[in-house]
Design a protein around this ligand. Structure first.
Ligand SMILES: [Mn+2]
Length: 335
């Protein structure tokens, strides 16, 4: 039964009961996990471990290198490594807006599975048997902070670092509009538990992989503006990826370079996926709704961050997408 009408406090109690009553849990987050997904997975793992419960952490994709330092992040299994026979009756899903976001991990669910859904996405569709959803939370980690406090645990540096990492990454380093007074209050509590803010900022916000910098070097050589310099773009080819020895996670942040240039309203990254197929990432400074632009090419997203995948020759795709971006900017000018 969906308990969507419960208050947040009641949802916390229901989730505590689910955890108290179950055992042999599977903890799962979304495909292509980000900092909040990994932190939330390890935070739930930490809680289960401290309660003496047995559990397995699993994701469709590998944990990105930069989050490997988190408590037992190295123990997060990949769905492809799962023992096909082992099925789980108790699943705790964190930071997943819908069932599809589990990817292949759902193959490990038992027929009589009970799923707990802990998330902060606006678009969460309330799947599962027990929900703990707070759309105004900055991160799933913020909700887990409250859940952890429902149990008699002792806050250690390890668990505080998990929660802090989720807050830090989902607020873009305490810079996005979701950086609420509450987030800063929790962050302050976590610092009292021994979190090393300077080291985490260095590790998660400042440090770059060599592959990222090599990609950036190649991508910046493609930097191009439209006529009035309100739209700016970069491209990355498969050859660039190969020569930089880069993984997809090394692309992160590249699209911010065109977007952050003064006077630019729309920044775009064209990334070759295979021959004549490009993934297009769009970022807006607020004047254009880039989700509308992405939708015209079969994609989607948010007003300020969206994407689509387009087939064709790079120069044709650039011409078409930039023309739509210019149209989007003009449409908003006339309002
Ligand atoms: Mn999140």
């Amino acid at each position: 039964m969906a308990n969507v009408k419960l208050t947040y406090e009641e949802q916390l109690d229901a989730m505590k009961r689910f955890i108290d009553e179950g055992d042999d849990f599977l903890v799962v987050s979304h495909v292509n996990p980000d900092g909040d997904a990994i932190s939330s997975t390890t935070a739930v793992g930490w809680l289960l471990s401290s309660l003496g419960k047995s559990y397995t952490m699993m994701n469709e994709d590998a944990c990105p290198q930069k989050f490997q330092f988190l408590w037992r992040a190295a123990d997060i299994k990949r769905a492809s490594d799962a023992d096909g026979k082992k099925k789980y009756r108790y699943v705790i899903a964190v930071d997943c807006a819908d069932y599809q976001r589990f990817g292949e991990v759902s193959a490990c669910f038992a027929d009589d599975v009970r799923i707990a859904n802990i998330d902060h996405h606006q678009t969460n569709d309330h799947y599962g048997d027990v929900q703990l959803i707070r759309p105004d939370a900055a991160a799933t980690a913020e909700i887990l902070y409250d859940l952890l406090n429902r149990f008699s645990i002792t806050w250690t540096e390890e668990i505080a670092t998990c929660i802090y990492t989720g807050l830090l990454t989902d607020t873009g380093g305490f810079r996005f509009s979701n950086t609420s007074p509450r987030v800063m209050n929790i962050a302050s509590q976590l610092l009292s538990c021994g979190v090393k803010a300077n080291e985490l900022a260095e590790q998660l916000l400042e440090r770059m992989t060599k592959a990222h910098v090599k990609l950036l070097q190649r991508a910046l050589s493609t930097l191009t503006f439209n006529a009035d310099e309100t739209v700016c773009w970069l491209s990355v080819s498969l050859a660039d990826m190969r020569e930089a020895n880069a993984k997809n996670e090394d692309l992160e942040g590249l699209v911010q370079y065109p977007r952050n240039i003064e006077g630019v309203d729309v920044g775009i990254l064209f990334k070759e996926v295979r021959q004549d197929v490009y993934k297009v990432s769009l970022r807006s400074g607020g004047r254009a709704d880039v989700s509308e632009i992405a939708q015209r090419f079969g994609g989607g997203g948010h007003a300020r961050a969206a994407g689509c995948t387009v087939e064709g020759k790079l120069e044709d795709i650039i011409r078409a997408v930039v023309a739509e971006a210019e149209k989007g900017l003009k449409a908003n000018d006339s309002i």
